[in-house]
Design a protein around this ligand. Sequence first.
Ligand code: UDP
Ligand code: MG
Length: 337
Amino acid sequence: MSKMGEISLDTVDILTRKTALGLTPPDLSFVIPAYNEADTIAETLRRVARKAQELAARSEILVIDDGSADDTVAIIQGGHWELPVRLLRLSRNFGKEQAIMAGLRHSTGRAVVILDADLQEPLHYIDTMLEKYREGYEIVYAVRAHRDDESWLKRRFTAAFYRFLNTGSEVQIPAGARDFRLMDRKVVDALCALPESNRFMKGLYAWVGFRSLAIPVELAPRGGGNSKFNFARLLHLGMTGLTAFTDWPLRMWTGIGMVLASLSILYGLFLAVRTMIFGHDIAGWSTLAVAIFFFSGIQLVSIGVLGEYLARVFNEVKGRPGYLIAENVTIPAEAEC
Ligand code: UDP
Ligand code: MG
């Protein structure tokens, strides 16, 4: 425990709060990242409050506003909720991974549920998650039962990405896994204690290990608004995942370089022998030009790969926190007002 405290100030804070005199941690925490979810946040909170009362005697609801530019914050602050709602407002948009981490770090429950604020994830699955948790699983996570709602291109891209990612990675990261999951406190503490600030959560859930179980879920269509993950964001998240969990893209250039060098030597020998037998000719400019283009291309790609990993190291070395909290308030439940 003290080791975790040394790593992250936030973790110390949680531990102090948890062990403070007479403070019993809630049974269940709900962590909900929200970015421009004005259309759906109110209904999400209503449903979660109902579910929380049904499942646990003591629970807490945390919404992390990830720098929304719409009315999300006003709706949360002005709402009349059945349970108190803790609002963590991040100082700007830091991305879903960071919003989740902010929520996890401030959660105090014995078990924590992460879910989206867009009504896509039917809450009755939490009953199953809790049941499996009581059977002894420390992580119970949702996997998409199918990807029929996604375009053919996106499905192919995702499949290729996970194949790439899982090649040579020390842990297998399941392809259809969601952030929608229930985790035991010790898993949450382990995630909070990891020092890296650029996070690919799906990889980290797999990396921390623990007894895990996947349950297939049928997602509902978004309750309103649009998906926040466009192609550029997905690509960025994908690069974070690749550089965090694989190193073969970095290492493979040694092999490629050796193969190409060996082939060049063989070609050189062939040219030498041919000149000795048939004499010298000055043809072959096109071969030369193609070879120059090809090898320059290969070199640029390999430098690019190096750059991606270097960028990750650079970002980590800067040591900036993954997010900043601008506001941390609890909106009391309606009955308490
Ligand atoms: N989200 C966030 N920060 C972001 C992007 C998304 O907190 O920068 C939240 C978003 O509000 C939602 C969840 O992450 O609650 C999932 O986002 P979305 O529904 O857009 O993703 P998809 O379901 O399309 O993968
Ligand atoms: Mg969604």
